[in-house]
Design a binder for this molecule. Structure first.
Ligand SMILES: [Zn+2]
Length: 302
């Protein structure tokens, strides 16, 4: 087995996929889509610690956490992961120990809803703790911002403060990215993967727009602060060319309504004047009226 080469190739694959899927991986793609030398390698399995066929060392560990924004990491970016069962000599638990001793990086999958996972890599096991039937792992700051390089530094000393502060920084960036990815996933899901204005159904052209902006501390990544919008309508909403009233009516800015131009202006913008947005099926996922009202004020004053 070319364990190192496979992991290097896997990390590249994850990065490429992340660009397409917005950081939310489906179980189906994790089971079926990765191959090395024309051989399919499953990245996730029926057990939390997954050792694919032919491997000695686990390729991934998976958790199911409480809600979309709980990534299972501590404030220091440390993941505490429980052994399988209570026998430290179980094959999967021994596999974790081998990963620890050989400093082999793993992928951490965090299930955010049935069949949907966030991925964090490369994850290194920093401590094996058979007494407490658990391991402690972290994203290595030296690798997280660059392509994984198989040459691993000599030191196993992760306790000094500078590394800790770098790790906190990396963790906060990782968290931010994951929260954005989860936000997008939940908003698009609520709106049936279509633009709330024009119904366009191509996820690659859809965004989860914030109503109360991200830059505002109240701009929480929650579904009721989101709108599923295609790229053009997202940009138009952000630029106050489109307004959405608290009773879900679409308004187009006056000067844009009066303009005469081609089909994008006519059908893409002007034709929506006075329409209602298409709301999520579940009323608890409808956009928050107070947030819409506040944002609508801005549209009016623009
Ligand atoms: Zn649209």
């Amino acid at each position: 087995m070319f364990d190192n080469e496979i992991r290097t190739s896997l990390f590249l694959w994850l990065k490429q996929r992340e660009a397409q899927n917005g950081g939310i991986f489906s179980r189906d793609e994790l089971v079926n889509d990765f191959s090395f030398n024309h051989q399919r390698i499953t990245l996730i399995g029926p057990t939390g610690i997954w050792i694919p066929k032919g491997f000695q060392i686990p390729i991934s560990i998976t958790t199911t956490t409480n809600g979309p924004y709980d990534d299972g990491l501590s404030a220091d970016g440390i993941l505490i992961y429980k052994y399988r069962g209570s026998n430290p000599n179980h094959r999967e638990n021994l596999g974790l120990n081998t990963a620890f001793l050989s400093r082999t990086p793993l992928v951490y999958f965090n299930a955010i809803s049935p069949g949907k996972y966030q991925a964090v890599w490369p994850l290194f096991i920093m401590r094996n703790d058979p007494m407490n039937l658990q391991i402690e792992a972290a994203i290595d700051p030296a690798y997280s911002q660059q392509q994984y390089l198989p040459a691993i530094p000599e030191t196993t000393e992760y306790n000094n403060e500078s590394i800790l502060s770098i790790r906190k920084y990396i963790t906060s960036i990782t968290r931010q990215r994951q929260h954005q990815a989860a936000f997008r996933e939940f908003v698009l899901e609520a709106y049936d993967r279509s633009c709330t204005l024009c119904r366009l159904q191509h996820p690659e052209l859809l965004d989860a727009a914030h109503i109360t902006p991200d830059s505002d501390e109240r701009g929480l990544p929650i579904v009721t602060n989101g709108l599923s919008l295609c790229k053009i309508h997202h940009a138009a909403y952000d630029k106050n060319i489109i307004g959405i009233s608290p009773d879900y009516q679409i308004k187009i800015r006056q000067d844009i309504l009066e303009e005469v131009d081609g089909p994008m202006l006519k059908y893409g913008l002007q034709s929506f004047e006075g329409n209602k947005i298409i709301l999520p099926k579940k009323s608890r996922e409808w956009p928050d009226r107070d947030r819409l009202a506040e944002r609508y004020e801005l549209f009016h004053s623009a």
